[in-house]
Design a protein around this ligand. Structure first.
Ligand SMILES: [Zn+2]
Length: 295
Protein backbone atom coordinates (compact mmCIF):
# COMPACT_ATOMS: atom_id res chain seq x y z
CA UNK A 1 0.00 0.00 0.00
CA UNK A 2 2.87 2.40 0.68
CA UNK A 3 5.38 1.12 -1.86
CA UNK A 4 5.70 4.52 -3.58
CA UNK A 5 6.13 6.47 -0.34
CA UNK A 6 9.25 8.64 -0.44
CA UNK A 7 10.93 10.05 2.65
CA UNK A 8 12.28 13.50 1.78
CA UNK A 9 14.55 15.58 4.00
CA UNK A 10 14.05 19.22 3.02
CA UNK A 11 15.66 20.75 6.13
CA UNK A 12 17.85 19.62 9.02
CA UNK A 13 14.93 19.06 11.39
CA UNK A 14 12.18 18.32 8.86
CA UNK A 15 11.09 15.19 7.01
CA UNK A 16 8.41 14.97 4.33
CA UNK A 17 6.51 11.76 3.58
CA UNK A 18 5.53 12.08 -0.06
CA UNK A 19 3.44 9.86 -2.28
CA UNK A 20 1.43 10.32 -5.46
CA UNK A 21 1.82 11.60 -9.02
CA UNK A 22 2.78 8.02 -9.92
CA UNK A 23 1.55 7.29 -13.48
CA UNK A 24 -0.69 4.23 -13.71
CA UNK A 25 -0.79 3.55 -9.95
CA UNK A 26 -4.09 3.43 -8.07
CA UNK A 27 -4.74 2.92 -4.37
CA UNK A 28 -8.11 1.23 -5.05
CA UNK A 29 -9.92 0.14 -8.21
CA UNK A 30 -13.21 1.91 -7.49
CA UNK A 31 -13.75 5.67 -7.00
CA UNK A 32 -12.20 6.77 -3.72
CA UNK A 33 -10.96 9.91 -2.00
CA UNK A 34 -7.37 8.66 -1.60
CA UNK A 35 -6.79 8.54 -5.35
CA UNK A 36 -9.03 11.47 -6.25
CA UNK A 37 -8.08 14.10 -3.71
CA UNK A 38 -4.61 13.05 -2.59
CA UNK A 39 -2.43 10.61 -4.55
CA UNK A 40 -3.40 11.93 -7.98
CA UNK A 41 -2.23 15.43 -6.98
CA UNK A 42 0.63 14.28 -4.77
CA UNK A 43 0.51 14.44 -0.99
CA UNK A 44 3.09 15.00 1.71
CA UNK A 45 2.75 15.02 5.42
CA UNK A 46 5.60 16.21 7.61
CA UNK A 47 7.50 15.63 10.82
CA UNK A 48 9.63 18.14 12.69
CA UNK A 49 12.24 16.38 14.79
CA UNK A 50 14.54 17.50 17.57
CA UNK A 51 16.40 14.88 19.59
CA UNK A 52 13.98 12.14 20.57
CA UNK A 53 10.88 14.28 19.99
CA UNK A 54 8.76 14.64 16.86
CA UNK A 55 5.81 16.76 15.88
CA UNK A 56 3.88 14.81 13.24
CA UNK A 57 2.02 17.32 11.05
CA UNK A 58 -0.84 15.29 9.62
CA UNK A 59 -1.32 11.55 9.64
CA UNK A 60 -1.50 10.97 5.88
CA UNK A 61 -3.95 8.85 3.85
CA UNK A 62 -4.25 5.64 5.86
CA UNK A 63 -2.99 3.77 8.90
CA UNK A 64 -0.39 2.06 6.67
CA UNK A 65 1.11 5.44 5.79
CA UNK A 66 0.98 6.58 9.41
CA UNK A 67 2.68 3.36 10.51
CA UNK A 68 5.46 3.88 7.94
CA UNK A 69 5.95 7.43 9.26
CA UNK A 70 6.09 6.26 12.86
CA UNK A 71 8.53 3.46 11.96
CA UNK A 72 10.82 5.88 10.14
CA UNK A 73 10.83 8.30 13.06
CA UNK A 74 11.43 5.46 15.54
CA UNK A 75 14.38 4.29 13.42
CA UNK A 76 16.06 7.68 13.82
CA UNK A 77 15.59 7.67 17.59
CA UNK A 78 12.23 9.37 18.18
CA UNK A 79 10.41 8.12 21.27
CA UNK A 80 7.99 10.99 21.92
CA UNK A 81 5.36 11.81 19.31
CA UNK A 82 2.87 14.66 19.21
CA UNK A 83 0.41 14.97 16.33
CA UNK A 84 -0.88 18.26 14.95
CA UNK A 85 -3.72 18.23 12.39
CA UNK A 86 -3.57 20.86 9.62
CA UNK A 87 -7.37 20.70 9.09
CA UNK A 88 -10.17 18.19 9.18
CA UNK A 89 -10.08 16.84 5.58
CA UNK A 90 -9.72 13.08 5.29
CA UNK A 91 -6.31 12.88 3.58
CA UNK A 92 -4.83 14.60 6.64
CA UNK A 93 -6.51 12.68 9.47
CA UNK A 94 -6.70 9.10 8.16
CA UNK A 95 -3.82 7.67 10.23
CA UNK A 96 -4.79 8.97 13.67
CA UNK A 97 -5.31 5.45 15.05
CA UNK A 98 -1.57 4.75 14.76
CA UNK A 99 -0.94 7.68 17.13
CA UNK A 100 -3.78 6.96 19.58
CA UNK A 101 -1.27 6.67 22.47
CA UNK A 102 0.09 10.18 21.71
CA UNK A 103 -1.32 13.67 22.17
CA UNK A 104 -3.25 14.81 19.10
CA UNK A 105 -3.62 18.59 18.83
CA UNK A 106 -5.94 20.57 16.55
CA UNK A 107 -7.61 23.94 16.57
CA UNK A 108 -11.12 24.04 18.04
CA UNK A 109 -12.79 24.34 14.62
CA UNK A 110 -11.02 21.23 13.34
CA UNK A 111 -12.12 19.35 16.46
CA UNK A 112 -15.70 20.57 15.94
CA UNK A 113 -15.76 19.53 12.25
CA UNK A 114 -14.38 16.11 13.10
CA UNK A 115 -16.91 15.63 15.91
CA UNK A 116 -19.78 16.59 13.61
CA UNK A 117 -18.69 14.25 10.81
CA UNK A 118 -17.19 11.46 12.95
CA UNK A 119 -19.81 8.79 12.39
CA UNK A 120 -19.97 9.43 8.62
CA UNK A 121 -16.15 9.40 8.37
CA UNK A 122 -16.08 6.13 10.29
CA UNK A 123 -18.72 4.42 8.15
CA UNK A 124 -17.34 5.72 4.84
CA UNK A 125 -20.29 7.95 3.88
CA UNK A 126 -18.66 11.37 4.41
CA UNK A 127 -16.49 11.47 1.29
CA UNK A 128 -17.03 7.83 0.43
CA UNK A 129 -14.54 4.99 0.72
CA UNK A 130 -12.25 4.13 2.32
CA UNK A 131 -13.79 4.56 5.78
CA UNK A 132 -11.53 5.81 8.58
CA UNK A 133 -12.42 3.67 11.54
CA UNK A 134 -11.72 4.48 14.27
CA UNK A 135 -11.07 8.18 13.88
CA UNK A 136 -9.15 9.29 16.99
CA UNK A 137 -10.22 12.73 18.14
CA UNK A 138 -7.84 15.54 19.17
CA UNK A 139 -7.33 15.58 22.93
CA UNK A 140 -5.92 19.11 23.03
CA UNK A 141 -7.33 22.13 21.22
CA UNK A 142 -6.46 25.81 20.81
CA UNK A 143 -7.91 28.88 19.13
CA UNK A 144 -6.05 31.44 17.00
CA UNK A 145 -2.51 30.45 18.03
CA UNK A 146 -0.46 28.21 20.28
CA UNK A 147 3.24 28.14 21.15
CA UNK A 148 4.86 24.73 21.23
CA UNK A 149 8.33 23.74 22.38
CA UNK A 150 9.79 20.74 20.55
CA UNK A 151 13.18 19.93 22.10
CA UNK A 152 15.08 23.18 21.62
CA UNK A 153 12.83 24.40 18.80
CA UNK A 154 10.17 27.07 19.19
CA UNK A 155 7.12 26.36 17.03
CA UNK A 156 4.00 28.44 16.58
CA UNK A 157 0.70 26.94 15.50
CA UNK A 158 -1.37 29.59 13.72
CA UNK A 159 -5.02 29.32 12.74
CA UNK A 160 -6.24 30.78 9.44
CA UNK A 161 -9.26 30.60 7.17
CA UNK A 162 -7.67 29.58 3.86
CA UNK A 163 -8.88 26.57 1.82
CA UNK A 164 -10.91 25.52 4.85
CA UNK A 165 -12.11 27.62 7.80
CA UNK A 166 -10.04 25.50 10.21
CA UNK A 167 -6.51 25.69 8.79
CA UNK A 168 -3.54 25.35 11.15
CA UNK A 169 -0.05 26.14 9.85
CA UNK A 170 3.26 25.69 11.67
CA UNK A 171 5.54 28.72 11.75
CA UNK A 172 9.22 28.32 12.61
CA UNK A 173 10.14 31.98 12.95
CA UNK A 174 13.85 31.51 13.56
CA UNK A 175 14.29 29.29 10.50
CA UNK A 176 11.78 31.17 8.31
CA UNK A 177 10.01 27.90 7.53
CA UNK A 178 6.25 27.56 7.15
CA UNK A 179 4.46 24.21 7.06
CA UNK A 180 1.43 25.34 5.10
CA UNK A 181 -0.99 22.40 5.12
CA UNK A 182 -3.51 22.97 2.33
CA UNK A 183 -3.50 26.78 2.54
CA UNK A 184 -1.39 26.76 -0.63
CA UNK A 185 -0.86 24.10 -3.28
CA UNK A 186 1.28 23.73 -6.35
CA UNK A 187 -0.26 24.02 -8.97
CA UNK A 188 -3.30 25.88 -7.51
CA UNK A 189 -5.42 26.00 -4.36
CA UNK A 190 -8.45 23.73 -4.10
CA UNK A 191 -11.61 25.76 -3.52
CA UNK A 192 -14.13 24.00 -1.30
CA UNK A 193 -15.50 27.06 0.50
CA UNK A 194 -15.98 29.78 -2.17
CA UNK A 195 -18.01 31.92 0.24
CA UNK A 196 -14.77 32.63 2.13
CA UNK A 197 -12.50 33.71 -0.77
CA UNK A 198 -12.12 37.27 0.54
CA UNK A 199 -11.05 35.93 3.93
CA UNK A 200 -8.60 33.60 2.18
CA UNK A 201 -7.02 36.62 0.46
CA UNK A 202 -6.77 38.58 3.71
CA UNK A 203 -5.31 35.66 5.64
CA UNK A 204 -2.77 35.02 2.87
CA UNK A 205 -1.67 38.63 3.45
CA UNK A 206 -1.14 37.74 7.11
CA UNK A 207 1.10 34.84 6.05
CA UNK A 208 2.96 37.15 3.64
CA UNK A 209 3.66 39.48 6.58
CA UNK A 210 5.47 36.63 8.37
CA UNK A 211 7.94 36.65 5.45
CA UNK A 212 8.62 32.93 5.20
CA UNK A 213 11.70 31.96 3.18
CA UNK A 214 10.62 28.32 2.73
CA UNK A 215 7.01 27.16 2.35
CA UNK A 216 6.20 23.47 2.56
CA UNK A 217 2.68 22.65 1.30
CA UNK A 218 0.99 19.26 1.68
CA UNK A 219 0.14 19.11 -2.03
CA UNK A 220 3.01 20.12 -4.27
CA UNK A 221 5.95 19.02 -6.38
CA UNK A 222 8.20 16.41 -4.71
CA UNK A 223 11.41 17.88 -6.15
CA UNK A 224 10.65 21.38 -4.87
CA UNK A 225 9.75 20.03 -1.43
CA UNK A 226 12.91 17.89 -1.35
CA UNK A 227 15.02 20.98 -2.08
CA UNK A 228 13.57 22.94 0.84
CA UNK A 229 10.20 24.18 -0.40
CA UNK A 230 8.68 27.17 -2.17
CA UNK A 231 9.54 30.83 -1.95
CA UNK A 232 7.28 33.51 -0.57
CA UNK A 233 5.93 34.01 -4.09
CA UNK A 234 3.76 30.89 -3.70
CA UNK A 235 1.58 33.15 -1.53
CA UNK A 236 1.24 35.73 -4.35
CA UNK A 237 0.57 32.99 -6.91
CA UNK A 238 -2.28 31.70 -4.73
CA UNK A 239 -3.74 35.18 -4.30
CA UNK A 240 -3.54 35.97 -8.02
CA UNK A 241 -5.32 32.74 -8.85
CA UNK A 242 -8.09 33.44 -6.31
CA UNK A 243 -8.54 36.93 -7.82
CA UNK A 244 -8.80 35.42 -11.30
CA UNK A 245 -11.53 33.07 -10.04
CA UNK A 246 -13.42 36.04 -8.61
CA UNK A 247 -13.13 37.93 -11.91
CA UNK A 248 -14.88 35.06 -13.69
CA UNK A 249 -18.21 36.11 -12.20
CA UNK A 250 -18.23 39.34 -14.23
CA UNK A 251 -16.02 38.16 -17.11
CA UNK A 252 -17.49 35.00 -18.65
CA UNK A 253 -14.76 34.87 -21.32
CA UNK A 254 -12.30 33.78 -18.60
CA UNK A 255 -14.36 30.77 -17.56
CA UNK A 256 -13.39 28.38 -20.34
CA UNK A 257 -9.68 29.14 -20.45
CA UNK A 258 -7.49 26.31 -19.31
CA UNK A 259 -5.39 26.58 -16.20
CA UNK A 260 -2.17 27.02 -18.13
CA UNK A 261 -3.48 30.32 -19.51
CA UNK A 262 -5.16 31.50 -16.33
CA UNK A 263 -1.90 31.30 -14.35
CA UNK A 264 0.52 32.01 -17.21
CA UNK A 265 2.30 34.79 -15.26
CA UNK A 266 3.09 32.79 -12.10
CA UNK A 267 4.11 29.79 -14.25
CA UNK A 268 6.49 31.87 -16.31
CA UNK A 269 7.95 33.41 -13.17
CA UNK A 270 8.54 29.94 -11.72
CA UNK A 271 6.39 30.66 -8.66
CA UNK A 272 4.40 27.46 -9.32
CA UNK A 273 4.76 24.47 -11.64
CA UNK A 274 2.19 23.14 -14.07
CA UNK A 275 0.79 19.72 -13.24
CA UNK A 276 -1.85 18.55 -15.67
CA UNK A 277 -4.19 16.90 -13.16
CA UNK A 278 -4.83 20.32 -11.63
CA UNK A 279 -6.90 21.18 -14.74
CA UNK A 280 -9.73 19.16 -13.17
CA UNK A 281 -9.25 20.97 -9.85
CA UNK A 282 -9.44 24.28 -11.72
CA UNK A 283 -12.68 23.27 -13.50
CA UNK A 284 -14.23 22.32 -10.21
CA UNK A 285 -13.03 25.61 -8.65
CA UNK A 286 -14.68 27.63 -11.45
CA UNK A 287 -17.95 25.76 -10.93
CA UNK A 288 -17.81 26.29 -7.17
CA UNK A 289 -17.20 30.03 -7.52
CA UNK A 290 -19.96 30.54 -10.09
CA UNK A 291 -22.39 28.54 -8.02
CA UNK A 292 -21.66 30.66 -4.97
CA UNK A 293 -22.02 33.88 -7.06
CA UNK A 294 -19.47 35.88 -5.14
CA UNK A 295 -18.87 39.59 -5.45
ZN1 LIG B 1 -5.39 17.78 1.32
Amino acid sequence: MTKHLRVLHPHKNIYAYYDGRVPGYRFMEQENWVDNGALSLGIASYAIVDGNEALVYDTHCSNDYARAIREHLTSIGVTKFTVLLSHWHLDHVAGTEVFKDCTIIANQKTADHLAKHKSAIEDGTDHGLPAINPLIMPAQTFSKSMNFKLGALDLQFLEFNIHSDDATVVWMAEQGILLAGDTMEDTVTYVGEPEHLNTHLADLDHIWALSPTHILPNHGHADVIAKGGYGKTLIRATQQYIRMLKRMIAEPELRDQDLRHIIAGPLEAGWVNYFELYEAVHKSNVEMVLKAKLN
